[in-house]
Design a protein around this ligand. Structure first.
Ligand code: ADP
Ligand code: MG
Length: 650
């Protein structure tokens, strides 16, 4: 079943070439029990690795069951290794973190439907370890470990077993047991090829081959080879071409275990992703909240609203006494209202801050002096009580309409209507409560008191000017024309020179503000996505780093997995699963932190936050993507390791 011709193997060591095998030709029949002996360094292990398809010869041909294997790809070799060959190493090579039965059925992870407890139990019973099924390898003696390794080599019903000094690390009692097991297997028809230093073992073999300096020195048959009539084996059914779910789940499970085993290291490597995702989720929530409250505010204003303010230009002509800056007067307001065509209503406002007291309670808030038109233009009809009248405005009456926040701070649960409050030590009667407006970013729109504009100007602030004028245009299509004629009237009143006419007055139009908001939210989105991209890349590099360490640390494990039949993509999948576990865990924690942070901001600062499921899903998706992208290089690296070189890695 094995036929090699003129096999040579040499290693390039810097300048010199080391010739290890110098033309070996052999034929080994089915059912034989072959012992290979030879001094240390004579090439026994090298020959075994080549025969066991773990290594490829530099030269020569190798027919296994009539098939030339030197031309096969790495993955094809892996499949033959796990379907037809069992390999037993001197160092046992068990995975120390998993139980004996899982070690035994490890090759099934790649060839069948995953670990198999029943098969593990059956084989461990065969090698006399029925009571050690659940033990990890560091809880087993050397002899027991080697028996687990033998059970593992049998799990796929191999036709040949290679054993490279299987008893080299064992006491003589264990040695005897191991050799007995191998003979029993040989009696069942399995071909056994064993490397040994023990004459006693060699004498029991059916055939003894001695190697020296990479050539066959002697080859003698010690016992006749009975013709076994065991068929070649049924040939295993090809694995159905579906996704190997059990294997993927096992890899994910393993990823979590590795994560749990290296808590500090894993959490540090998650930190980048965690911070990135938390920042993205938190900022998206705050951004969306700000956007929503601005939109709400804008929509409550109506799109036909213009706001007129004096600009920052000093001009000659009619100016107020206290500075040469233009100040809007009540006369200006009336002039605009009366001279400009197409205006439905105007509402001047004069703003300032003041200390407000009610009984023993104190509160500092915004005072807004307006005319009764404010209630309609700014959608602020009181929810309780009434607004003040034009008559009260004319008489500079001491009446106030209060916002919800002010009510809460000063009155608690009590109704404020009809109560007397002091604003800057002046007594006001509360006549109404404003409707709730919510927050605009950090600004609480309900923390204000509205009073008649003339009262505010002359009795509270001692001014004869207003800060701004809201103008409601009758028809939307007239807005540009109304805007132009307001400017014309105002520039005329103050005789603004032509050169300064662009800057002397500002008119905000809601459509422009809407556009500005849209533009700034686009900038915000761009900023957020660059922060997200940077932090995810940084997080990804952290994960790549840790995965490279993990691959290096587990080189031996990778070698073993490949030796028992893992293909490149099995190893690739294993390490990808692990990096995805790390990045997704980081991502999930990041989402939790981000949501927690936003909720905290909402609670503490009263900001509006909107946590959309889309932002959570996107963050989740991105963290998984980062795991795949940044895990793929380490995983590739792992999958390309050479089985024997990896096994030899210290
Ligand atoms: P044995 O198992 O008979 O003791 P080996 O087959 O392990 O011997 O090794 C035979 C020779 O090949 C040794 O001299 C060893 O130094 C050399 N050798 C084995 N592997 C390598 C390698 N990867 N690179 C260089 N030399 C190697
Ligand atoms: Mg050796």
């Amino acid at each position: 079943m094995i036929e090699i011709k003129n096999i040579r193997k040499s290693y390039q060591m810097g300048e010199t070439t080391v010739h290890v095998l110098n033309g070996i030709s052999l034929q080994i029949e089915r059912g034989d029990f072959v012992a290979i002996m030879g001094p240390s360094g004579s090439g026994k292990s090298t020959l075994m690795h080549i025969l066991g398809l773990l290594d490829i010869p530099t030269e020569g041909s190798y027919l296994l069951n009539g098939r030339e294997v030197s031309t096969l790809s790495e993955d094809e070799l892996a499949v033959i290794r796990r379907e037809e060959i069992g390999f037993i190493f001197q160092q046992f090579n068990l995975l120390s973190r998993i139980e004996a039965w899982k070690n035994v059925s490890l090759p099934l992870l790649y060839s069948a439907d995953g670990y198999n407890l029943e098969r593990g139990r059956e084989l461990l019973t065969q090698v006399g370890l029925a009571d050690r099924i659940d033990h990890k390898s560091n809880e087993l003696s050397g002899g027991q470990q080697q028996r687990v390794a033998i059970a593992r080599s049998l799990v796929n019903n191999p036709a040949i077993i290679f054993a490279d000094e299987p008893t080299g690390n064992l006491d003589s009692k264990s040695e005897k047991e191991i050799i007995e097991i191998l003979h029993r297997l040989n009696d069942q028809g399995i071909t056994v090829i064993i490397v040994t230093h023990e004459d006693s073992i060699a004498q029991q073999a059916k055939r003894l081959i001695r190697l020296r300096d990479g050539v066959v020195q002697s080859d003698e048959r010690q016992r006749p080879l009975e013709q076994t009539n065991i068929p070649l084996g049924p040939g295993k059914p090809a694995r159905p071409p579906k996704l190997p779910w059990k294997e993927i789940i096992e890899h994910l499970h393993q990823g979590f275990q590795t994560l749990a085993a290296n808590k500090i290291r894993s959490s540090l490597s998650m930190l980048g992703i965690l911070i990135g995702v938390a920042a993205v989720v938190g900022m998206l929530a705050l951004g969306a909240g700000a956007q929503k409250s601005i939109e709400k505010q804008l929509s409550s204003l109506g799109s036909n609203l213009l706001v007129l303010r004096a600009g920052n230009v000093r001009v000659g002509g009619v100016v107020t006494q206290e500075s040469s800056r233009i100040r809007l007067s009540m006369e200006d307001v009336m002039a605009v209202k009366n001279q400009v065509v197409g205006i439905r209503d105007v509402s001047p406002s004069s703003t300032g801050r003041a200390q407000v007291t009610y009984l023993d309670k104190n509160w500092n808030t915004t005072i807004l002096g307006v005319t009764p038109s404010f209630a309609k233009i700014r959608a602020s009809e009181p929810i309780y009580g009434r607004f003040f009248s034009d008559d009260e405005n004319r008489k500079r009456a001491l009446v106030a309409v209060v916002g919800i926040t002010v009510v809460r701070e000063l009155f608690g649960n009590k109704s404020p209507i009809g109560e007397m409050i002091k604003i800057n030590k002046v007594n006001f009667r509360v006549v109404g409560v404003l409707p709730e407006k919510g927050t605009a970013g950090p600004q609480d729109q309900d923390d204000r008191i509205v009073v008649p504009v003339s009262t505010a100007m002359y009795r509270l602030f001692g001014r004869n000017y207003v800060d701004s004028v809201d103008v409601e245009v009758a028809r939307a299509e007239d807005i540009p024309a109304v805007q132009d004629s307001i400017l014309e009237v105002m520039n005329g009143r103050y005789r603004v020179p032509l050169s300064a006419q662009g800057d002397a007055f500002q008119i905000f139009n809601m459509a422009d503000i809407q556009k500005a908001v849209d533009a700034s939210s686009k900038t915000m989105a761009l900023l957020l996505s660059s922060i997200a991209a940077i932090s995810l890349v940084v997080g990804g590099i952290g994960i790549m780093n840790i995965m490279l360490v993990s691959v290096t640390e587990r080189t031996k494990e990778i070698g073993l997995r490949k030796a028992v039949g893992a293909r490149r993509r099995d190893i690739l999948m294993q390490f990808l699963a692990e990096s995805i576990v790390v990045s997704v865990c980081g991502g999930v924690l990041g989402i939790l932190f981000g949501v927690g942070f936003s909720v905290l901001m909402a609670k503490l600062l009263g900001w509006t936050v909107v946590i959309s499921s889309a932002s959570v899903l996107i963050s989740f998706g991105f963290s998984a993507l980062v795991g795949i992208v940044f895990g793929s290089y380490p995983a590739q690296k792992a999958s390309k390791l050479h089985p024997i070189e990896a096994l030899r890695y210290e």
